[in-house]
Design a protein. Structure first.
Lengths: 300, 289
């Protein structure tokens, strides 16, 4: 009996210790991170402008209703979707090709992989500038190189569809290496015996790829797609530098529109409403992430 | 089956040649991909050494005749690069220290004692995934009310919002990797919980914490949106200095390239020397490299 008591108090003491230790971080997290987000949620239900010193007025969710009626919101929503629906498959295929090419180790393969990863950690503003220079229709090297193949110079950043293509090219450049390296980690985790078994069965290498490798890579693809969706919701700096959401509103994404609504139009209410919608979507994605990607690993 | 076994020397030779051809093809493709993905970095690096005339030259100049160091000088002085560099360093270093200081213990409590359980994990992960722009207007109003716009503390604090969920999540994973036995042995030796943490767990966690700090430093260093909104002139960081260089009539591409080259250096160092941790960091711990 006394022993059990001792164990219980030990457990309680341990829990108290853990909570005490967690406290400072929790306070910071709640105050600095959750606080502003709650304030934003509150703002989203008020007519509130930064342009004039008028007190905020509760407007019964009118911000949300206006938003769903606003073609500019839907434009930003579908632009964001466009980057996902077109960009992610391209990046997955290119990433897979690169991962397969790099899968067998060779002298210096580590350095080659590191060089491949360079675009990922580059300052996003600089990424925007790099492509602004490369895509420039007068002195940019891309039009020059295309010209060598007899293609007329393209006005990359001033035609709406081409501007969207430019954003996609930039995003693909920056994130394909990331996709490749994650898939490479997935390939490395496939046991050698699996390939050997497949080749003993007399499968050709393309059969092995379709029947063995790709199905085993499925969890990695799921991870990559989910992470890319999250990153594309966040995309702001390089688009802001490259196109500024233009020409017109052709490349405006949800993040860019949230910024413009708040700091160009000074409409805090509308900006907050867009932000809340993004937060809701992201929360659902986080739930999926925990359920599908974090959990199976913990079960192991 | 029998056909497969009856390989003669000629057959083997042919197979060898095919394999060699494939290997050459493979390296050729790797080289082409590498050239494409590194080209933008090369172009900005080479651009830092071009004269203005060379920038607007057609056809574009792929290798300048002589390297022009003047862009760096002008970027650092005329265009305020030095001040921006100092600001960036102050902000990134301070924020990293704050985030790690507040994050380490929380990560330890979550990783070891499962404080807050799944709910806290979900909360941290949601914050980590959320686009920073959604916090821009509330923070702006708060900082404006408190008279904190264009001050360093506004950036120190707002960057906590960006980096704290990341740091906690990643460090939690590193603490989970450390075996429990180490602490238990220390506890049996009569150490208190906290002493066991400080003397035995923390030293083992140092590499993970250092890598996390490096990531946080780069994220702060690269950050653009909050710096754009919360700074005016005194506290402009490098990305803002860069963006504001396009304001004039003629865009000074040479100087922009020079300052860009300085701005991307920390990120490139992280990529080249800490590649092992890069995947783990960027997948938020889902892939342990």
């Amino acid at each position: 009996m006394a022993n059990l008591d001792k164990v219980l108090t030990l457990e309680r003491r341990e829990r108290r210790f853990a909570q005490l230790v967690a406290l400072p971080g929790m306070v910071v997290l709640v105050l600095l991170v959750a606080g502003p987000l709650l304030y934003m949620l509150f703002n989203s239900f008020f007519a509130n402008t930064l342009a004039a010193p008028i007190p905020p007025r509760f407007n019964w969710g009118r911000n949300y209703l206006n938003l769903f009626d606003d073609s500019r919101f839907w434009n930003a929503f579908f632009n964001t979707m466009k980057i996902m629906v077109i960009g992610i498959p391209i990046q997955s295929v290119l990433g897979l090709i690169i991962a397969l090419l790099l899968n067998k180790k060779f002298y210096g393969s580590k350095i080659v992989i590191a060089l491949f990863m360079m675009p990922v950690m580059i300052t996003p503003v600089v990424a925007g500038f790099e492509w602004k220079i490369i895509l420039d229709n007068h002195f940019g090297p891309l039009n020059y190189i295309l010209g060598l193949f007899g293609i007329q110079p393209l006005a990359w950043l001033s035609k709406p569809t081409l501007a969207m293509a430019s954003v996609l090219i930039m995003d693909t450049w920056q994130w394909t290496p990331f996709v490749a390296v994650v898939l490479l980690a997935g390939l490395a985790a496939i046991p050698r015996q699996v390939y050997e078994a497949s080749s003993v069965d007399g499968s050709s290498s393309s059969e092995t790829l379709w029947r063995v490798t790709l199905p085993l890579l499925k969890p990695m693809f799921a991870l990559v797609v989910l992470l890319r969706i999250i990153f594309i919701f966040k995309i702001f700096d390089p688009v802001q530098i490259l196109t500024g959401g233009g020409p017109g509103i052709a490349t405006e994404t949800l993040s860019v529109l949230t910024y413009i609504m708040g700091f160009k139009n000074f409409d805090v209410g509308m900006s907050s409403a867009i932000a809340v919608i993004q937060l809701v979507i992201i929360t659902i994605i986080a739930k999926v992430f925990i359920g599908t990607i974090m959990k199976p690993k913990e079960a192991k | 089956m029998s056909a497969k076994i009856a390989l003669n020397a000629e057959d083997l030779d042919r197979r060898k040649r095919i394999r060699k051809l494939f290997s050459v093809l493979r390296f050729l493709l790797i080289f082409i991909f590498l050239a494409i993905f590194l080209f933008p970095v090369y172009w900005i690096a080479i651009g830092a050494f071009k004269s203005e005339g060379e920038f607007y030259h057609y056809p574009p100049i792929f290798w300048p005749e002589h390297f022009n160091w003047g862009n760096f000088g002008r970027a650092m002085t005329t265009f305020g690069g030095t001040q921006a560099l100092v600001s960036s360093l102050i902000v990134a270093i301070t924020n990293t220290m704050l985030v790690i200081a507040f994050g380490v213990l929380l990560a330890y409590a979550m990783g070891r004692f499962n404080v807050g359980g799944d709910n806290l994990s979900f909360f941290v992960l949601s914050l980590l995934f959320a686009p920073p722009v959604i916090a821009a207007t509330p923070l702006f109003i708060i900082f404006k009310t408190l008279g904190m716009l264009d001050t360093y503390p506004a950036l120190f604090l707002s960057y906590i919002l960006i980096n704290m969920p990341f740091a906690v999540w990643i460090m939690k994973g590193f603490f989970e990797d450390i075996p429990h036995g180490i602490e238990n042995a220390a506890l049996l030796d009569g150490y208190s919980r906290f002493a066991a943490f400080r003397k035995y767990v923390l030293p083992l966690a140092v590499p993970g914490i250092a890598v996390t700090a490096l990531f946080v430093f780069i994220f702060s260093w690269n950050e653009f949106l909050f710096a754009l909104i919360f700074t005016r002139s005194h506290t402009q960081t490098l990305p803002i200095a860069l963006a504001s260089m396009t304001g004039g009539h003629q865009i000074p591409w040479g100087e922009i390239s020079a300052l860009s080259l300085i701005a991307i250096t920390p990120g490139i160092i992280l990529t080249l020397f800490f590649q092992k941790y890069l995947v783990r960091g960027l997948t938020f711990g889902a892939v342990k490299g």
